[in-house]
Design a protein around this ligand. Structure first.
Ligand code: IYR
Length: 222
């Protein structure tokens, strides 16, 4: 393939003091994000979800292959099916499938096999990674840096939904193979995250956790 033609970068420069203020404000906004498990049934417009997903899809990706599909589930019947299948997997996980060390690590979070939020929250965004592409003639196209690309996009999706005033839960029922069938996705796609999105319940509680300080996670070399 030949090189793409180029065009001038649309770079919006700004004074350094404004850059700093924006960086500080964005940090403060993101520091208020919490993983939420108690959702409200209050509806969220589809348009908002579409904006957030299209923001996620601005993520960089290996060889610009954009190896992702976002299945946005808002209908009650599909949510019910997802909940039933996810809870079956989770029961197997919590009742013996998971190593003791894993269950111990989860204990402070108080999670269990019941996942009512999968029906209560207005939207479930199932993020699929395209492990390889399929050319029009049916042959495979190798994809590069798929987990990295989809991970970045998912982070941007979470940030965008939070910025729009919604709560999210990064849910990973394991294994997630059942989502291909329910969401009607082909064999080359693998569900990696089920993002629950909506308003928090009025009485939502979250664990009282602390984030690492700068000194515990940044190593400066200057
Ligand atoms: N998928 C299970 C278990 C679980 C695993 C991790 I790692 C978490 O951070 C939270 C939960 C569940 O959803 O309960």
């Amino acid at each position: 393939m030949t090189a793409l033609k180029t065009m001038p970068l649309a770079f919006a420069g700004m004074p350094e003091r404004e850059m700093l203020a924006r960086a500080r404000d964005f940090r403060s906004l993101m520091d208020r994000r919490r993983t939420v498990r108690d959702f409200s049934e209050r509806p969220v417009p589809r348009e908002l979800v579409e904006h957030a997903v299209m923001t996620a899809a601005t993520a960089p990706s290996g060889a610009h292959q954009q190896p992702w599909t976002f299945v946005c589930v808002g209908d009650a019947a599909t949510k019910r099916r997802i909940r039933a299948a996810a809870e079956a997997e989770e029961r197997a996980f919590y009742e013996g499938g998971a190593p003791a060390e894993w269950l111990e690590a989860l204990e402070p979070l108080g999670t269990d096999a019941n996942k009512p939020f999968l029906e209560i929250a207005p939207w479930l965004v199932v993020v699929f990674a395209q492990r390889y592409g399929v050319k029009p003639d049916g042959s495979r196209r190798k994809h590069y840096y798929v987990p990295e690309s989809v991970g970045i996009a998912t982070g941007m999706l979470i940030a965008s939904l939070h910025n729009a005033g919604l709560a999210t839960l990064t849910h990973t029922p394991s294994p997630m193979g059942f989502l291909n069938e329910i969401c009607g996705r082909p064999e080359n796609e693998k569900a990696v995250i089920l993002l629950v999105a909506g308003y928090p319940a009025d009485d939502a509680q979250v664990p009282d956790i602390r984030r690492k300080e700068a000194g515990d996670l940044i190593v400066w070399k200057e």
